[in-house]
Design a protein around this ligand. Sequence first.
Ligand code: GLN
Length: 254
Amino acid sequence: MRNAGSSLAVLVAAGAIALGAGCGERERPVTVATDTGFVPFEFIDTRTGELVGFDIDLIRAIADRAGFEIRIVTLDFDGIVAGVQSGRFDIGIAGMTITEARAETIDFSDPYYDAGLILAVRADETEIRSEADLAGRRVGTRTGTTSEDYLRRRHPDAQVVAFPGIVEAYMDLRAGRLDAVLYDVPNVRYYAAREGGGEIRTVGDVLQGEQYGIAFPKGSPLVAPVNDALRELRADSTFDRLHETWFGDPEPEE
Ligand code: GLN
């Protein structure tokens, strides 16, 4: 359901963006930055060549509901955080974990997905059973992410190798050039069950509970209308339908 209040907020937001753009421009689409490869949130469908995923469907549904046009651009994860901080992008949606450090320089929407970090190893691995076994091991992850931060803080005795894209880390793990990969639970599980071809599996507990949020430059007028739209999509089951499409079941109850 749309209410007059949220439509008004969107008009104000659109106006503010038009003003922000300057140069007498009347209105421009909202620039949404997303990741190049983070299954199943945003990735290229190899059959169609199209960018698809839960985040892509979600931001389209939000924009539709809130009444703004979007233009999607893709780049590596660390560039998204930096580009939202600098105001180069109006929105970042990329399975981005809400952290205190990031919240100092960017605004987040309400959380929309519960995640966490988990270790992946090769299916035939026998020695690494949990994070207690990482000393001296080559552990892959992705540049600028919460898992890179976790590894550098908690496992200074591991050999941390950070890649711009996580798929490179998974490939190196499968090829034996890494001993483990630390990454986001939904991404590791989805990859292991599909492209992983049965060659990798998870070990140990979920290491750090995390929540994903949509990112905005500090003080963005889009935060409120996006949160309103997110609430509406949850209330009318659109959100559950998207969740089911990409994760096989509706959002778990609190
Ligand atoms: N959730 C992780 C982070 O925010 C990684 C996200 C991603 O790779 N797209 O750091």
